[in-house]
Design a protein around this ligand. Structure first.
Ligand SMILES: Cc1ncc(COP(=O)(O)O)c(C=O)c1O
Length: 376
């Protein structure tokens, strides 16, 4: 009963009040007061007794388009229960059995699972190579495209590597994908130093997904969005899983977040950059550890442990004993599961200090481990 064990594992994590959440790219910095006030107001006025509008609150839809800088004359929005619900809906609507989805490996596995569950195939293109900058290259995608490739899934910035595409790569992907659909998963866009949307280059076949879990810290509220041409939005609206609208509380929090983004995001980015600098210093002090992508554009870094002679699972287990959650590469990839762990960077400074100060001892502890519990 793997699924039950997995659930008990995550339940147990939530029952650890002092756990340091450094494993899921979530944001544990203090929320903006306006976001908290919006949630309190939504409780106090009982607006949660009614369903929200099916495609999302109009104010929120407009703010998301504005945040991305997409033209409302061309693109529409469906507010979803987290970005993952939009990804699921897009994959299940666009693919048929026998079709193929292409994605980079390592990447984010759930859209691949959605594709496989409906009888499509999901093919992964290996990118964990210094020579190609740890990201999908246009040449690699061009060589991989086949007639049955109906959907290309681009995570940009990439989770787990933290890489992001250059404008010319995005333009090339728009051309190379021909008439296939493209999902541009922009969950980590707000942390990137420069980011180019693919949608304007292929408006009629691009689905852009958006998340409030990371930059705004609303992971547990489940709110995100999918954006596409009005014709595609009409198709997605026909049988949307959240046909009765998404959470009223979450949407009101998201509206307040976007209205105060200019005050909130700079604080988040400053904490993120400071944490990354601390990790870089700590990693430099431990032989065998390395940061394959020194400048991560996500709110996390991938740390290669291979040369240190430990497995990612052992390091995860060592930190878990100390009440710190980090993520093993095996969550993202089979092929490179032995190589890396991932550490979140939008966390309070004392958390990061504890992670860094204990790194040498944790590597030692990992070396001494024999039996390692299953990692999820
Ligand atoms: C690449 C990627 N896409 C989507 C998601 C899910 O985002 P949400 O919390 O908005 O459902 C995640 C969460 O980690 C992610 O890493």
């Amino acid at each position: 009963m793997e699924h039950e064990a997995r659930n008990r594992h995550f339940e147990a994590l939530t029952q650890q009040p002092d756990l340091l959440w450094l494993g899921q790219n979530t944001n544990h910095l203090p929320a903006h007061p306006a976001v908290l006030a919006a949630m309190h107001a939504a409780v106090d006025d009982f607006s949660f007794n009614a369903y929200a509008p099916p495609l999302g609150m109009e104010r929120l839809r407009a703010l998301i388009l504005e945040d991305l800088g997409l033209d409302p004359a061309v693109f529409g929005v469906i507010v979803t229960d987290g970005a993952v619900a939009g990804l699921s809906h897009a994959v299940r609507t666009l693919l048929r059995p026998g079709d193929e989805l292409l994605a980079a490996e390592p990447g984010w596995k759930w859209p691949l699972a959605f594709a496989r569950s409906l009888g499509a195939t999901a093919r992964e293109l290996p990118v964990y190579e210094a020579a190609q900058g740890y990201r999908l290259s246009p040449a690699q995608l061009r060589a991989a495209m086949r007639p049955e490739t109906k959907l290309v899934y681009l995570v940009d910035p990439n989770n787990p590597m933290g890489t992001r595409f250059e404008p010319e790569e995005i333009e090339a992907f728009a051309e190379i994908t021909g008439d296939a659909f493209v999902i541009h998963d922009c969950t980590y866009r707000h942390f990137a130093q420069g980011h180019t949307l693919l949608a304007p280059f292929a408006p009629e076949r691009t689905i852009t997904t958006y998340s409030f879990s990371k930059w705004l810290g609303l992971a547990g509220l489940r709110v995100g969005a999918m954006l596409a041409s009005h014709a595609m939005i009409a198709r997605f609206a026909e049988a949307a899983p959240n046909a009765l609208g998404s959470s009223v509380l979450a949407q009101r929090a998201a509206i307040a977040g976007l209205e105060h983004k200019h005050e909130f995001l700079p604080m988040v980015i400053a904490a993120d950059r400071a944490a990354k600098a601390m990790i870089a210093e700590a990693v430099a002090g431990v032989p065998g550890l390395a940061l394959p992508v020194p400048v991560s554009h996500g709110n996390f870094v991938a740390m290669d442990v291979f040369e240190a002679g430990i497995t990612p699972e052992k390091l995860v287990a060592a930190y878990a004993e100390a009440g710190i959650m980090i993520r093993q590469g095996g969550y993202h990839t089979k092929r490179y599961a032995e190589r890396f762990v991932k550490i979140s960077t939008t966390v309070p400074r004392p958390w990061m200090e504890r992670f860094c100060a204990t790194l040498p001892a944790m590597v030692e502890r990992a070396r001494a481990m024999n039996d390692v519990p299953v990692s999820y």
